[in-house]
Write a protein that binds this ligand. Sequence first.
Ligand code: P6P
Length: 336
Amino acid sequence: MTTTKKLMTLERFIHEQEHLYPTATGEFSELLHDLSVAAKLVWREVSKAGLVNILGSTGRTNASGDAVKKLDEFADETIYRAMDYSGHLCVMASEENEDILQIPEEYKSGGYVLLYDPLDGSSNIDANITIGSIFSIYKRVTPGGKGKLEDCLQQGLKQVAAGYIIYGSSTVFVYSTGRGVHGFTLDPSVGEFVLSNEKIVIPQKGKIYSMNEGNYRNWDESLQKYIQYITEDDKTTGRPYSLRYIGTMVGDAHRTLMYGGIFAYPGDKKNPEGKLRLCYECNPMAYIIEQAGGKAIDGKQRILDIKPKALHQHTPVFLGSVEDVNLCEEFLQGKR
Ligand code: P6P
């Protein structure tokens, strides 16, 4: 009989991982399970968005000034409602909401904090291009009762888990709790996320760079020199690189994780801090990339070391294969 890969569901995997932590109470496992349920509810709407009147804009803009799409709003409310009664969270914060999100009075307050971007890449929704949901989980730092802003403004290195759900040609739940990165593909016929990529490791070096080169003229000269270097024709050093960019961070970062290379949203003359949010996009993605053996910086320092000052603050981000991020860093620091 041919050896077939073990049929491991996300739920089973979470519980098996729990046994690796002797002091585990099961609270954390339940949190991750609840998140996977929320992911399926969002997937259900995303997968039929073209068929029901849930495309298009709400006419509102969010804290970052982005137009709020109907699916954004649905995903935001769905994740909040799937997580608020669990009793495991003391506070939440969503990229779609200006302020922190308190747990309703009628529910118990727990020891964890959830930050999430309910639907990243929503400007791509109406064109049926890959979008995703991103999450970060922290332990609370305040002593008890209602969670506070302080619980949400923690360095990314304090994350106890992070991950994303990518709604693409298939729907994949990718997460890490500090013991490597694992991917689970949704089998719609049974409604289960099934282990498809155990212990994802990012290649040490890739051949793809992923940035919005439409901003090239506003980039720092050091970054322009990096782009000129990696696009020179020199087969002996694996150049030129190919450019791949879909405009959804989850999609561009996931491809970078799987194939290697570098993804970046740099700062520029018009927006020195770039466009991506430290707490909702860059910290969780940096955690995943580092857990897979990659590197994530803001151009000067490790993303995960940055102490957030504001919930919606932006940061430049360069993440991906160690050798590619190191080379880009050398150019950014004027060493090349
Ligand atoms: P630009 C999507 O709106 C997003 O927040 C990220 O997912 C993505 O990486 C970035 O913005 C794309 O921005 O300026 O290239 O369209």
